[in-house]
Design a protein around this ligand. Structure first.
Ligand code: ADP
Length: 200
């Protein structure tokens, strides 16, 4: 069987790094932010739907400008809901395609920052969340080049670790160094995910 795993975590928690480690071990890792970009590329049905709904002003040189789109829906609940009603089914279908194409015994991991906020955990066999204290997360994000007002804005749009942990089957705690993160990823891979996929 194919095991479908959600990997969540707040911004700067180390989700992407954990995803990279899982990929090195053999998981098929899909990033929901990437899928959200793919499904509205020029020439896709998603592109047509967004332009029909929001008009030409979301385009820059014929391509959907996600920054402009973000500005339109930011603070406008109704418009944000419309955008989500276009994007979510398309993202879900794209993920279904990845899972359907994966050979038996695969572990497909969907990196999804806002799982706790948007619901939908029931579509997954297993939910993993990466937790890390806010000081460590802020320091890592500043080191990654993010401006601190952007960090605070994004933190405010997300629930806290406790809410993510409440919906998770396993918590990866990324309070230490990268090796400690890797060790937990290896443990989950060998002792939880591979057995679930029927590979161990
Ligand atoms: P997320 O995808 O959850 O926003 P990332 O995986 O991009 O977070 O991690 C944010 C930054 O912190 C990255 O530059 C990453 O390499 C770094 N990082 C993650 N975990 C650790 C750690 N345990 N120690 C040091 N740096 C880390």
């Amino acid at each position: 069987m194919v095991v479908l795993v959600a990997l969540t975590g707040g911004i700067g928690s180390g989700k992407s790094l954990a995803g990279e480690f899982f990929a090195e071990l053999g998981a098929i890792v899909v990033d929901s932010d990437q899928l959200a970009r793919d499904v509205i590329e020029r020439g896709t049905p998603g592109f047509d739907e967004v332009v029909t709904e929001f008009g030409d002003e979301v385009l820059t040189q014929g391509i959907i400008d996600r920054k402009k789109l973000g500005e339109i829906v930011f603070g406008d609940e109704a418009k944000r809901k419309i955008l989500e009603s276009i994007l979510h089914p398309l993202i879900r279908a794209a993920l279904d395609n990845v899972a359907a194409a994966a050979p038996a015994g695969s572990v497909v991991i969907h990196q999804i920052p806002l799982l706790a906020e948007t619901g939908g955990k029931d579509r997954f066999d297993l939910v993993l969340t990466v937790s890390a204290d806010l000081t460590a997360r802020r320091t890592r994000l500043i080191a990654r080049g993010l401006a601190s007002h952007d960090i605070e804005k994004r933190l405010q749009a997300q629930v806290g670790d406790a809410e993510r942990e409440a919906i998770a089957d396993y918590v990866i705690s990324n309070h230490g160094d990268k090796d400690e993160l890797l060790r937990q990823v290896e443990h989950l891979w060998n002792d939880v995910l591979l057995p679930k996929a029927g590979q161990a």
